[in-house]
Design a protein. Structure first.
Length: 829
DNA sequence: ACCAGCAGTGTTTTT
DNA sequence: CACTGCTGGT
């Protein structure tokens, strides 16, 4: 993500490009595009070869859009229609960007170097770093993630006593975010707001204060990265022109999930250069070497998207961006990709049926010629753990049938659902990897470490300093912080500079020494990472600087001295952090501390640095977008979960939830499992769950219930309410499940037979909270054991080492299982 | 300044 | 349940 290779934008197009073999052969042989079109259907070919100002590729799920996009880029490069530096491709995640770059490189070789392929946010950071000085920031600005901005907003809400008007920090934050996505700022909002309402007045105040604080801290929040870039372009047309001249081909993936600010950014970039009102004649002093005459066109724009997969309305995505593309860009060409190369027809038919329930959409039907494939499997567990056990068993069965773990994924609506799955997977010794969730970078010790780095990289960032000033404990409390803050205000210096004057603060000698020491450590680290001599810091500077900060600040010592067992894990996490910095240095030899912090701030859930090879992937439905697996388990298919309770009341909510469900279904190549539980522990309480309305939208003949909601009901006793309650459109007598439960499941024997007298009490969320430890229990093949849930069984084999020893057990009634010996609830008989 | 313990509270998805 | 914020004691 560093900028090391890119030349200054104005000069970029003058840069020579090294020709590689592909260029040369392409020149002499048949049309350079020939091999790029290999294996493409006519629509895909059109999407690759069309040339014009605007192209919309409506790409259904699995229709090969990534392939089309990469080949389109490759064909532009090979045909010499564009230099790499003239291409800007926007993807949804950094990972997608990396993959796209790789695939283009496979097609054209190193020529791909100078292209910008990145997310909106990364691209904007690059632009802002170059241009920050134009409008009151410096290039060393830092990026506030949602946690940072929440902390800041919290402080401001308190200061302005805004909670008295019903403005919680969370509500304020989301309102500000929404406004920024609409390109509104405090002033413009104030103009349209009803200022007679005191709540509105105080909100405007907080909004304004928040923005001033960000500016003071030389920081942007996530939304600012986009919005401020748009402001920059509008306020400084000459700056915008630099980028308009540079980027001649702009491609945007996942266009259905762009918000207004991103839309505006694309609009600004695709306008013809020099088209803004009166350029500053002469004195403007722009150093554009302008070889070309004025009759320049705007960049050509290609967008790819599928309105059925729009799932980010909650963060401002505006479906109209794609549905009205043809109006926005008159003369735009539209290409439809409907043939699916991913899934079986059964899966696609289910997907089509579900999404067909959304009104107000252009009808579009995915189809394939690979055949029907397996039926979709349904399963209803008694509890979420029972459901998880089914998933685990089924994964093992697939594994035995030759499906690699890495080709299986488990999806859920909310992050909290991963818990139950994890608990069961650990016991079953199933290798899994959670994508996203509670992220590494959100752990307190990691945020502290980053705050130390920010304090060095961007001394204006007072938040970072406040965070670390008493970590580890130095005896600096609120009172002292206030003293420093007041001193800084009086002297008109920054908080950071105030630290350097510790003797003038008028605090006790102990505290003064502590402040002086912190100041010295920060200064030393700064000299290492940002040498005042102006020379480049060595690549290892970030890792070394971080180590230095953690050591000399006493952070490591404090953790080591602690008796808390968790602090040991924290040390390991910090070591991991240092390793990440080393890895970064290896990949970006010229990367600075700011590049590092930028990368860390912009990593997303789906990016996940390590690959998930050899393990099953667990993730939310949102994270699953754009991915595909041979086998997909969609869990928690219940009312109030999907569609989520909160969304039910929101306008457009249920429709978006349906799209989310649709996205989940269409990730599956060969096998799809839909599962739910009859009871779910919400928070503390166990409550009865009802099957999702979406299940009824799947034609009966596509879905085979291994255990239908009706089966579970008939055994669980007293729960009839759960099934008979039908809501609104539930005329569905012909749909997936009814009272009898007999209609399903008779023809096929369930894989894992559970204990005969199972009932709700028996299975309801019965995972004990305490972590069990069997210590050095030794098992050998032939041993008989008893398991709390599965009853008695015989050990077939033992694999693994130490704490990871796994027993392969054949239970008398529950069938074969793998168990992690150390923690399984078992005893030897 | 710091800590332990208690009460209250929210409870979706994320660059 | 899990996390935050507050209180009262040291």
């Amino acid at each position: 993500m560093t900028d090391a290779h890119a030349a200054a934008p104005g000069a970029a197009s003058l840069r020579p490009v090294v020709l590689d073999a592909a260029h040369v052969t392409g020149e002499a042989g048949p049309r350079p595009d020939e091999d790029l079109l290999q294996g493409l259907n006519p629509q895909q070919r059109e999407a690759v070869t069309y040339r014009g100002q605007a192209l919309l590729i409506v790409a259904g799920a699995g229709s090969g859009k990534t392939s089309v996009l990469t080949r389109r880029i490759a064909s532009l490069l090979r045909g010499r229609e564009a230099w790499p530096s003239q291409i800007l491709a926007i993807t949804f995640t950094n990972k997608a960007a990396g993959e796209m770059r790789e695939r283009v490189e496979q097609l054209v070789g190193d020529t791909a170097r100078g292209m910008w392929i990145s997310t909106f946010h990364s691209a904007c950071v690059r632009i802002l770093r170059r241009e920050a000085e134009q409008f009151g920031f410096t290039k060393s600005f830092t990026i506030y993630d949602s946690g940072d901005s929440r902390a800041l907003i919290k402080r401001l809400v308190k200061e302005h006593e805004a909670d008295a008007f019903g403005l919680t920090p969370a509500a304020t934050q989301s309102k500000i975010s929404k406004l920024k996505n609409e390109l509104a700022d405090a002033e413009s909002y104030a103009r349209s707001a009803n200022l007679n309402d005191p709540a509105e007045r105080v909100f405007v105040e907080v909004f304004g204060a928040y923005q001033r604080e960000l500016q003071k801290a030389n920081a942007f929040d996530f939304d600012d990265l986009i919005a401020q870039t748009v402001y920059l372009f509008r306020a400084f047309p000459q700056v915008a022109d630099v980028y308009r001249r540079r980027f001649r081909h702009i491609l945007v993936d996942e266009y259905q999930d762009t918000n207004h600010a991103q839309y505006a950014l694309i609009h600004e970039l695709t306008r013809p250069p020099g088209s803004d009102a009166a350029p500053l004649a002469g004195s403007g002093g722009m150093m554009i070497f302008e070889p070309e005459p004025a009759a320049e066109e705007g960049a050509s724009l290609t967008v790819v998207g599928d309105s059925d997969q729009s799932i980010y309305a909650f963060r401002g995505a505006d479906i109209r961006n794609i549905s009205e593309f043809e109006k926005d860009f008159p003369g735009a060409k539209v290409v439809l990709l409907e043939q699916n190369y991913r899934s079986t027809q059964n899966i696609l038919s289910a997907a089509n049926a579900v999404i067909g329930h959304n009104f107000d959409r252009k009808d579009k039907k995915l189809w394939t010629d690979v055949g029907d494939g397996e039926k979709i499997i349904g399963f209803t567990g008694y509890s979420q753990h029972d459901e998880a056990q089914f998933v685990a068993d089924e994964i093992e069965a697939l594994r035995r049938a030759g499906v690699d773990y890495s080709q299986m994924a488990v999806f859920y609506r909310t992050n909290s659902q991963s818990r139950a799955l994890e608990e069961i997977f650990i016991r079953a010794a199933l290798p899994y990897k959670i994508m996203g969730g509670t992220k590494f970078y959100e752990r307190a010790e990691i945020k502290d470490a980053l705050a130390y780095l920010v304090a060095v990289a961007n001394p204006a960032d007072e938040m970072a300093l406040r965070r670390i000033i008493n970590r580890p404990r130095r005896g600096i409390g609120d009172v002292t912080i206030e003293t420093i803050s007041r001193y800084a205000a009086d002297q008109q210096i920054t908080f950071r500079d105030a630290l350097a004057n510790s003797s003038a603060l008028g605090v006790g000698p102990k505290i003064q020494a502590a402040i002086a020491h912190l100041d010295a450590v920060l200064a030393e680290a700064s000299e290492l990472m940002l040498p005042s001599s102006g020379e480049l810091a060595p690549p290892t500077a970030v890792a070394e600087g971080l180590t230095l900060l953690l050591n000399k600040s006493g952070y490591y010592d404090a953790l080591r001295a602690s008796k808390d067992a968790q602090d040991e894990a924290r040390i390991e996490n910090l070591d991991e952090m240092v390793a990440v910095a080393r890895e970064f240095a290896r990949n970006n030899p010229e990367g600075t501390i700011l590049d590092f912090l930028t990368e860390v701030a912009l990593v997303s859930d789906a990016d996940d640095l390590e690959d998930a090879s050899g393990s099953v992937s667990l993730m939310t439905l949102h994270t699953a977008k754009g991915l595909e697996y041979d086998a997909v388990f969609l869990t928690g298919v219940e009312e109030d979960l999907i569609p989520h309770r909160i969304s039910a009341g929101e306008p457009g909510g249920p429709q978006e939830e349906r799209r989310l469900f649709y996205v989940g279904i269409t990730r599956a190549r060969k096998r799809l499992y839909l599962s739910l539980a009859m009871t779910r522990a919400q928070f503390g309480e166990v409550s009865v769950a009802m099957p999702s309305r979406f299940l009824q939208e799947i034609p009966v003949e596509l879905l085979h219930w291994r255990q239908s909601p009706g089966d579970v009901n008939s055994r669980g006793g007293t729960q009839s309410r759960a099934l008979n309650a039908r809501r609104g459109s539930g005329s569905g007598s012909g749909s997936g499940f009814g009272g009898s439960g007999k209609r399903y499941g008779d023809d096929l024997v369930p894989l894992a037979r559970r204990e005969p007298n199972g009932n709700l009490e028996r299975f309801a969320n019965k995972i004990p909270a305490k972590v069990r430890d069997n210590g050095d229990l030794v098992l050998a093949p032939g041993d008989r054991i008893r398991h709390d849930d599965f009853g008695e069984g015989r050990v077939d084999a033992v694999t693994g080492e130490g704490a990871k020893r796994v027993a392969h057990v054949r239970f008398d009634s529950a069938g074969p299982k793998k168990l992690l010996i150390k923690i399984a609830p078992i005893e030897k008989l």
